[in-house]
Design a protein around this ligand. Sequence first.
Ligand code: ADP
Length: 267
Amino acid sequence: KGPDPDLVEIEERMKSVKHKILVLSGKGGVGKSTFSSQLSFALAMNTEEQVGLLDIDICGPSIPKIMGLEGEVIHISGQGWDPVYVEDNLAVMSVGFLLDKEEDAVIWRGPKKNGLIKQFLKDVYWNELDYLVVDTPPGTSDEHLSIVQYLKTSNIDGAVIITSPQDVALIDVRKEINFCKKVGVPIIGVVENMSGFVCPKCNKESQIFIPTTGGAEQMSKDMNVPFLGRIPIDPLIARSCDEGKSYLISHPDSEATKQYNIVFNSK
Ligand code: ADP
């Protein structure tokens, strides 16, 4: 039996993508898609670099809205499926572009999801990319196994794991770290999102979540993986996402932007 022809095609397509970064989270709602989008915006601020953002959160794609691309659809050309462009150097692909209505949920079984991920990797015409950021569903599911298998572990630069400071989120992050170790995906590091809130009136920082085990930094130390930093809660982050705008560009001097930049520059 020869090699899987799909995998051969994926390998061929991915030859023009220099770096592949997975964004993971143990739980939903901790800010993974927000992070993926801001990372993509940040990378694309260097106009010399070509950036792609692939959303494989098939059951809950939020990337089209966050990137300001609601209602866009995919066009098929001779080269494959054309992604939707935010800027000349920032392209996006999401299952959200395949749904007729935004509220249409996709309730698909594993094999169908895997089929779509295969197709995304095989058929999307990214052209040359410096970075492909992959926003994955929460947890460790079929989609994660598929992406790791299809991209081949050796071709993935690494994973960034997003968590909130809450213990329940941290417990799931440990599972995520173990998954990466098991399948051999290098861990770029852990980011603690929604980490504290600075009151705009009195400028005092409050902790919204009270971790009992010492938070993501301690857990990263315990599990021997890099800790990249913490992003505070800023309601303007949520608003920028709702408006489909880059928070980093809209609020260049904010505390959260400072922290995002520390995280982005840490590797
Ligand atoms: P996930 O992808 O992990 O499910 P999202 O990125 O969709 O999570 O974020 C969940 C919600 O929290 C969204 O409404 C988002 O705008 C908001 N959010 C994410 N990070 C922050 C933050 N640091 N400050 C304020 N709101 C945030």
